[in-house]
Ligand binder design. Structure first.
Ligand code: 4AZ
Length: 264
């Protein structure tokens, strides 16, 4: 079951329990739970200057638990499962910081958490939330996919995954990592996930043989095609496993929700 080393490219995380769908947030499953050695090598370092909209979420004590994308000076798009049980005072947003141990950038508080009203669990879709920040940030925001923008979701489009999630070491990354994987077809993703994959609300990325993926702690973070936010890391069966690409919230399906939150 282990992925042969030569086939490993980059990956942002380690695999979780091999038979269960795993999501991040507060990390119920850990790499230690994984009976199968499918952990992969770390993704490559990414520059925050190249991806200034990439932010992470922390607990009040500063522990990173998810990613996010700055879609307006005071709005961060993330996954619903990252913040569904949180009050604004229990989340902080860190922007402009590549190194979690550094002090660059800004740490800002959250005044409001909007969770998609239909969100129940990751496999039923609508895994999206919008945080309102207590102060505007001056970092460049990311354009998000429009509802009608099918072209950015075409099979094979090279997509960049960004995050500070768990690496093959079993710990989350100190530095922002990036990895590139192609968007899959709906059929490919459904072949792995069956009815848990909903093409209207999700999009998948990954290679047939696995090896590149997001993982625990990357949730909520951006999946970008041509500089456009197309996805938010949502779930997967383990990480980087053959036949199980990463599943992302299909941002274009929620463009109107994002616009409404930004206008609010
Ligand atoms: C997680 O737990 C998680 N391989 C994120 C992405 C994937 C699996 C798990 C996709 O945050």
């Amino acid at each position: 079951m282990a992925i042969p080393l030569p086939r490993l490219r980059t990956l942002l995380g380690a695999s979780l329990a091999a038979v269960s769908l795993s999501v991040t947030g507060f990390g119920v499953a850990t790499a230690a739970d994984d009976p199968v050695e499918t952990r992969v090598i770390g993704g490559e370092r990414a520059s925050i200057e190249d991806h200034p909209y990439t932010v992470y979420l922390t607990t009040p004590s500063g522990i990173q638990f998810c990613g996010g994308a700055l879609v307006a000076p005071d709005k961060v798009a993330t996954a619903a499962h990252c913040v569904e049980d949180d009050s604004p005072s229990s989340v902080a947003v860190v922007a402009g910081r590549e190194d979690k141990q550094g002090t660059a950038g800004e740490v800002v508080g959250v005044t409001d958490i909007w969770v998609h009203p239909d969100y129940v669990t990751v496999t039923s879709g609508d895994d999206i939330a919008v945080l309102t920040l207590e102060t505007d940030l001056s970092y460049a925001t990311v354009e998000f996919a429009a509802a009608a923008d099918d072209a950015v979701y075409a099979e094979g489009n090279p997509a960049t995954i960004l995050g500070w999630g768990v690496t093959e070491t079993g710990s989350s990354s100190r530095y922002l990592l990036q990895a590139e994987a192609p968007l899959t077809s709906d059929a490919t993703c459904a072949a792995g996930y069956g009815i848990s994959y909903d093409s209207a609300s999700m999009i998948c990325a990954g290679y047939p043989e696995g090896g590149i993926d997001a993982c625990q702690g990357d949730s909520g973070g951006p999946l970008v095609v041509d500089g456009v936010l197309v996805g938010l890391t949502s779930f997967g069966r383990g990480c980087a496993e053959a036949g199980y690409p990463g599943v992302y919230t299909r941002v274009g399906a929620y463009a109107a929700d994002l616009e409404a939150r930004i206008a609010s």
